[in-house]
Write a protein that binds this ligand. Structure first.
Ligand SMILES: Nc1nc2c(c(=O)[nH]1)N[C@H]1C(S)=C(S)[C@@H](COP(=O)(O)O)O[C@H]1N2
Ligand SMILES: [Mo]
Length: 494
């Protein structure tokens, strides 16, 4: 019971900040007051300035102040790095020069340029941010992850215990928001209007969740589920909760502390984030506060201890479901046994697929849309892009320079950096001067190929929530779009 209490405190009203002063306690919840927000941004600036520091040093820089300290100045970097920084709040645009901001609070932003998709690893500056609630400010010394449900003993693990008592692993994981490409739906659907930029590839480092579950005698049979909760929801809001099938959890889910070799930035889940390699972003719960082992997925009217009236099911059963125009809302399931999104779309048993494993997709990174290009020294233009297949391999990529009429086989660049990373591809092109539309389409090792366009609102494909007739199903929430035509690039060759 004690563990629950402490955990709930954290969820409810003591999101402890690095720079929190004692007098700030009424406004500490979501950092909404100007003063706490100022301090927060100051800290973020510090984190960015400290890019070269070791992990230990960087974490100590925050924790060393203690949660009660007013002493914001002690964690400022050396004067040489601060004198050039203006003492004003940097805008989100300044913090993330490679992002197009969709909403400042909660923060939602996507890669602004196709050029992000010429790089194997996506840097923080260009990595999309997708938040339902404002980014919490967390002191990692005060943070813990509770494990309960079908376990031998409930436990509350400090960050230090998590980091020191379990083996460390690393994985490159291409993570895409299931709403990426939503802006191309016609008629338009509600929600953030993501175009092509809500996908990135990062290296995540942390501990295998299987090691933690095994250590505390969790039931880990294939019919079990791990329900993972984020710790940032404001009072009265649904906890960001996802139920992940135990089979996948035991295979390779991770509690990650680092993104691209540095502590995970606050916007991406500091101090600890759930990583489900190959699966849509919504499964990758940030600011993890609790993991609950269950014999089904989280279901409406779920009650478990503590039954504190909080809501858990919204982000699992209502949201992140694919359903067409003629459907009032998604039906709920206690369990499903097909997690491949394409497999669910084709399954007779699942009416409204859940967004788990990612559909195969690709995007052109060079040239960018609207660009004028010239031939290289060898007389050709190198078209570059990335392709990924979720937890399936990408088998091949084709490139068209005439808007999808004719296709050419692209070649993969080396190296490969693991089964869940996108692959870079190239096509050497030798065109006459003129205007062209370049698109790419990928095929995975199940022989699924990206469709060309999005279906009409009332087409068969939409009603059945299926990829048919080379179209992706228009769906009410705008999820899962992997059609290639909408994000083609128009270029001029001179
Ligand atoms: N706790 C919590 N975790 C979350 C979210 C959230 O709002 N709260 N958003 C999810 C969604 S929808 C996506 S696409 C990814 C985005 O991760 P990023 O902001 O690091 O790119 O985080 C997921 N994890
Ligand atoms: Mo998302």
């Amino acid at each position: 019971m004690g563990a629950y209490k402490k955990n709930l405190n954290m969820l409810g009203n003591s999101m402890v900040k690095c720079n929190m002063s004692r007098g700030d306690t009424t406004s500490q919840n979501q950092g909404e007051s100007p003063s706490s927000r100022d301090k927060y941004l100051k800290r973020r600036k510090f984190l960015r300035a400290a890019g070269g520091m070791s992990v230990a040093g960087l974490l100590a820089g925050c924790a060393g102040n203690g949660a009660d300290s007013e002493a914001t100045t002690t964690e400022e970097p050396a004067p040489t790095t601060t004198t050039t920084e203006p003492d004003t709040e940097p805008s989100l645009e300044e913090q993330y020069p490679g992002l197009r901001i969709l909403s400042p609070e909660p923060e939602n932003a996507e890669a602004a340029s196709h050029s992000t998709y010429t790089n194997m690893v996506t840097q923080e500056e260009e990595f999309y941010i997708r938040n339902h609630y404002p980014t919490p400010e967390i002191d990692e010394d005060e943070w813990s992850v509770t494990l309960d449900g079908l376990v031998d003993s409930d436990v509350e693990l400090s960050m230090d215990e998590l980091k020191r008592e379990f083996p460390t692993e690393t994985v490159f994981h291409t993570m895409q928001c299931s709403g990426n490409g939503r802006s191309y739906f016609d008629p338009q659907v509600g929600g953030n209007q993501w175009s092509f930029g809500a996908v990135g590839n990062a290296e995540w480092t942390g501990v295998p969740v299987s090691a933690v579950l095994d250590a505390y005698g969790a039931e880990t049979g294939e019919d079990k589920w791990l329900t993972v909760m984020g710790g940032e929801a404001p009072d009265g809001e649904d906890i960001f909760t996802r139920s992940i099938p135990m089979e996948k959890v035991m295979e390779d889910a991770m509690l990650a502390f680092e993104m691209n070799g540095r502590p995970i930035p606050p916007d991406h889940g500091f101090p600890v984030r759930f990583i489900v390699p190959g699966w849509y972003g919504n499964n990758n719960v940030k600011w993890v506060s609790r993991m609950h082992v269950m014999d089904k997925m989280v279901y409406p009217n779920e009650t478990w201890e503590p039954n504190d009236g909080r809501l858990y099911t919204h982000w699992q059963q209502y949201s992140y479901r694919i359903f067409g125009n003629n459907v009032e809302g998604p039906n709920f399931n206690e369990e499903i046994s097909e997690f491949d999104t394409q497999g669910q779309m084709e399954s007779a048993e699942i009416d409204h697929p859940y967004l788990y494993d990612q559909l195969v997709k690709s995007i052109v990174g060079f040239p960018t849309d609207g660009e004028t290009v010239t031939h290289g020294v060898d007389g050709s233009i190198e078209i570059i892009g990335v392709a990924w297949g979720g937890d399936d391999d990408v088998e091949s990529v084709e490139v068209s320079t005439d808007g999808g009429d004719t296709w050419n086989e692209a070649e993969f660049m080396r190296p490969t950096i693991g089964p869940y990373s996108w692959r870079l591809f190239r096509y050497m092109w030798d065109p006459e001067p003129g205007d062209y539309t370049i698109v790419s389409r990928a095929t995975d090792d199940n022989e699924f190929t990206q469709p060309a366009t999005i279906s009409d609102q009332d087409a068969d494909a939409a009603n059945k929530a299926r990829i048919m007739n080379d179209t992706y199903p228009w769906n009410q929430k705008g999820y899962g779009n992997n059609a290639y035509m909408p994000h083609g690039v128009d270029v001029t060759v001179i």
